[in-house]
Design a protein around this ligand. Structure first.
Ligand code: DOR
Ligand code: ZN
Length: 468
């Protein structure tokens, strides 16, 4: 049994708890400090905790108490939108490297997208991916893709795997891989009345994308970084808005439960809010690149900024920040989608879309809150309790008696994202390189076990800003 005390919550209250059999017990959140001890004491106990070699400070050992004064203690992240790349694309990422990056970013559970190779459409692929995911130790749920080939089998598959399917994923517009599905009437008929999965949409209208791509065809073979701005023109806000409108109208007519992935336009937020008021069960998600980056970054990042849906104008980003600050967006998820540098360094029409981010999940989440003015507490819930509830991570996402002990220790300490710290991810680059972040992950616990310890915090705190 171990206990933690004197940590701070985001509203500056003190938190203490014990961990018994992988779960929280005796959680106390109090307005004042629970136990006054000196900072030196807390650093010492933290350093001893972080330098433990077995990284398994769990039951069966003698009672140990760790003092966390000076540190923030938050529920660990649940990143509900990641691309594990495995099976099939292990040169970009695999479940082991994903787990390392996730723990480094303060994440203990993910929901994985179906565009692996082969795509996740049938039992065979579900079983294969489940085995890979399980071996990594990371908490996971898997999305089942929707395609012409499996649409009739969806009710059977959903019933067969009730515990670890996050829901259905519909690529209404095409992105990385070949998955695309737009026959929503057929989807509704096939699902029938007795299954009610959450249906997550990549909402971009393929017809509009095809038309706009034709318009910019003269640039398709260019590889100048500045040329990549045409990616945002080829997948305009209209493509997202029109798809979103159609999907929401379908949802209202059919009563289905929807989730719109990676919203990127202010109109999408407004549409979703309107449909929520009409009674539609719809939630939405935002990725850090749609809050912290814009089309002004193409000159510097070129293909490394190419992502679907694309980054938008600064005017749109500012409006998205207002919506974020007003609490109109349900969850924060990274859309972690790594590709190798050499794959990215191709001409506009060949460079794959997507960027890694999970290794900075919590620092980016709290930075998004600081940038927009949303409270840190609300932001933290958008990356933990809310995705847990939406996607069914039972007894996770909160520091609560009886819940699994998934938590992250953070420190307010400004640092820049640096080259040498991108080593957990197989792709080794980040669009956030050089970005200054105000919070750093010190340690991540999953099921009560220490899974990541930031080496920088082992002995003592560094003076001034460091590299993240
Ligand atoms: O940019 C993207 N990359 N958007 C997606 O929808 C898929 C992802 C990927 O898998 O690379
Ligand atoms: Zn994605």
């Amino acid at each position: 049994m171990i206990s933690f005390f004197n940590g701070k919550t985001l509203s500056d209250r003190s938190i203490s708890f014990r961990i018994v059999n992988s779960r929280f017990s005796e959680v106390k959140i109090e307005p004042s400090t629970i136990n006054q001890v000196s900072e030196a004491n807390s650093l010492e106990s933290l350093a001893s905790l972080l330098s433990r070699e077995d990284k398994a400070v769990t039951m069966g050992q003698k009672d140990i108490a760790y003092d966390l004064s000076g540190y923030l203690v938050l529920p660990a992240g649940i990143d509900a939108h990641v691309h594990s790349r495995s099976p099939g694309l292990e040169h970009k990422e695999d479940w082991h490297s994903l787990a390392q990056s996730a723990y480094k970013g303060g994440v203990t559970s993910v929901a994985d997208m179906p565009n692996t190779v082969p795509p996740m459409l049938f039992s065979e692929q579900i079983e294969a991916k489940k085995a890979l995911a399980k071996a990594s130790g990371l908490g996971f749920k898997l999305y089942l893709g929707v395609g012409d080939k499996n649409v009739q089998q969806l009710p059977h598959l959903l019933k067969k795997y009730p515990d670890f399917l996050a829901g259905l994923k519909v690529f209404y517009g095409k992105s990385t891989g070949d998955l695309i599905y737009s026959d929503l009437e057929m989807l509704h008929r096939s699902l029938g009345e007795h299954v009610d999965p959450i249906i997550t949409f990549h909402a971009e209208d393929q017809k509009i994308i095809d038309e706009m791509t034709q318009r910019y065809r003269d640039h398709l073979n260019d590889s100048e970084f500045g040329t990549f701005k045409y990616h945002s023109f080829m997948r305009p806000t209209l493509a997202a808005n029109q798809a979103c409108q159609y999907i929401l109208a379908w949802g209202l007519k059919t009563g289905r439960r929807l989730h719109i992935a990676h919203i990127s336009t202010p109109d999408e937020v407004e549409l979703i809010t309107q449909y929520q008021q009409k009674g539609l069960r719809v939630s939405c998600e935002i990725a850090p690149h749609h809050l912290l980056l814009s089309d002004e970054n193409y000159e510097e990042l070129g293909p490394f900024l190419k992502v679907n849906p694309p980054v938008r104008s600064m005017a749109d980003v500012k409006k998205m920040r207002e919506h974020f600050a007003a609490g109109r967006i349900d969850i924060f998820a990274t859309d972690h989608a790594p590709h190798l540098k050499e794959e990215k360094l191709k001409p506009l029409n060949q460079a794959p879309s997507g960027m890694p981010a999970i290794e900075f999940f919590y620092p980016l989440l709290l930075q998004s809150a600081l940038t927009t003015g949303l409270s840190l507490e609300h932001a933290s819930k958008m990356g933990s309790a809310v995705p847990a509830r939406l996607f069914g991570y039972v007894e996770r996402g909160e520091i609560r008696n009886g819940f699994f002990a998934d938590f992250v220790i953070m420190k307010k300490l400004r640092g820049r994202v640096g080259e040498n710290m991108l080593s957990t991810s197989k792709c080794g680059w980040s669009p956030y390189h050089n970005l200054s972040l105000d919070y750093q992950v010190v340690a991540t616990f999953h099921d009560g076990r220490l899974r990541y310890a930031n080496p920088k915090f082992c002995a003592s705190l560094p003076e001034g800003p460091g590299q993240i």
